[in-house]
Write a protein that binds this ligand. Structure first.
Ligand SMILES: [Zn+2]
Length: 144
């Protein structure tokens, strides 16, 4: 088989797609070293750091974007809470009002609404539980 024939046969094979840049012989597309002339096919070694750099940029961009989205979500969360503040205050005021008239059931109801707006308000939760305990006590003592 002539050299030319061998080259053609190699070219026909799927695994041998690339040409060595040094000797122009077909080489395996994944080869790191030419098996004809022994030259190191640097393309893969050159690609790697570039790829790593690119991945670094992608990672950084993703981090920045996710931080941005987190901030934006946080902003909307705060904004939404601020918009709900008048409602929250109204519930609290209504709660005080109902307590004044000893309407514990209604006071409980509005406090529950206030807690649903501001679930992290521990003082409010404590107050609600106190009220609820008081309510249950008075109800049990009530006429029956
Ligand atoms: Zn070569």
């Amino acid at each position: 088989m002539s050299n030319e024939e061998k080259k053609l046969r190699d070219m026909a094979s799927n695994e041998l797609k690339d040409l060595c840049p040094y000797c122009k012989q077909p080489v395996h597309s994944q080869a790191k070293k030419c098996h004809h002339c022994g030259e190191v096919l640097e393309r893969y070694f050159k690609l790697e750091p570039a790829l790593r750099k690119l991945m670094g940029y992608v990672g950084l961009a993703t981090a920045i974007l996710s931080l941005f989205y987190a901030l934006r979500e946080g902003y909307y969360y705060i904004q939404e809470r601020q918009e709900r503040r008048p409602t929250f205050n109204a519930y609290i005021a209504a709660g005080e009002h109902f307590l004044k008239f000893d309407n514990l059931e209604y006071a409980e109801m509005v406090l529950q609404q206030a807690i649903s707006i501001n679930p992290n308000d521990l003082k409010l939760r404590l107050r609600y539980f106190n009220l609820r305990a008081h309510h249950l006590r008075t109800r049990d003592r009530g006429p029956s």
